[in-house]
Write a protein that binds this ligand. Structure first.
Ligand code: ATP
Length: 270
């Protein structure tokens, strides 16, 4: 479970350039939930992930993982529970190392595996795991990762993430740099891994269809706030036009409320 309480992030706080990008945000994500997150550029989605992963400290508020308050925990300490995948397929793996060495390193993360060296048994296990990717990578375990395509690399990154046995997966537009065919393959793998490993998942995407199709809950962020939070039957009925309509309604209402407020002052005077 992830719980964010009154979370705020202001860059350059206390200076004339102060910019609040996360605004007193409250969010609880239950264990095993798969949440998709959409929102315009600059809405605060990646900043939210940075606050959860600990690569950024909040200006105010708390971050809980399970029942533990991890707000003050540095990123490496939270990495024990978290797996994060970025848009760039080059980020999640070490280019100049072999597939098997990359996989071995990830198994050592958090010391959750009993083995410390790459032995025959581990090679056989990695081979078996790679076969499941259905990309022929099992015959390339001694090649450097730099020889893989973007889609193959992102699939390997996903596999490595689950090998590190996280409770939580943070997926930051992890298919955005792939062509449609590879994006579909990686999304298939993603949903399979989430299901098989019961991962609590947050997935940022700019693909509205993906946000609607995948996951059990959808959040829309705007200007550092969660403005739409839909799950269950309501999410199943969502369509892109309906979602866009909801966004327009919310922002129009707020705009009208502001106008009413401002006009209200003038009216009472008049
Ligand atoms: N280190 C920083 N210093 C100052 N401003 C920052 C910093 N990091 C992010 N921002 C600003 O915070 C806002 C939110 O950025 P963020 O990357 O979280 O948005 P996003 O929703 O992920 O956008 P996108 O969809 O474009 O990736 C943006 O206006 C960005 O310029």
């Amino acid at each position: 479970m992830i719980r964010l309480q009154n979370l705020r992030c202001t860059f350059h706080a206390g200076t004339p350039n102060a910019k609040t990008v996360i605004r007193d945000l409250d969010l609880t994500v239950q264990a095993g939930e798969f949440v998709t997150i959409i929102g315009s550029n600059g809405a605060g989605k990646t900043t939210l992930f940075n606050l959860i992963s600990g690569s950024l400290m909040p200006t105010a508020g708390k971050v809980y993982i399970g029942d533990e308050d991890v707000t003050a925990h540095p990123e490496h300490k939270r990495a024990r529970y978290l797996g994060r995948i970025f848009q760039d397929p080059l980020v999640g793996t070490a280019s100049n190392m072999t597939l098997e060495d990359n996989m071995m390193i990830t198994c050592k993360k958090g010391f959750k595996w009993p083995v410390i060296s790459l032995n025959r048994k581990m090679r056989a296990y990695f081979c078996e795991q790679l076969i499941h990717l259905k990309m022929g990578l099992e015959s390339r375990m001694k090649e450097n990762v730099s020889s893989l395509s973007g889609g193959q690399r992102q699939a390997l990154t996903l596999l490595m993430m689950v090998l590190s046995r996280p409770d939580i997966a943070l997926l930051d537009e992890h298919t955005a740099a792939l062509d449609p065919r590879n994006a579909a393959i990686v999304m298939d793998l993603t949903t399979r891994f989430i299901r098989e490993h019961r991962l609590t998942t947050l997935m940022i995407t700019h693909n509205m269809n993906h946000a609607i199709t995948y996951g059990s809950r959808l959040l829309m962020m705007d200007a550092g706030e969660i403005i739409i939070d839909v799950s269950g039957e309501e999410k199943k009925k969502l369509t892109v036009p309906r979602l866009l309509g909801m966004f327009a309604d919310i922002r129009r209402q707020e705009f009208e409320n502001d106008e009413v407020l401002l006009a209200g002052g003038r009216k009472t005077e008049g």
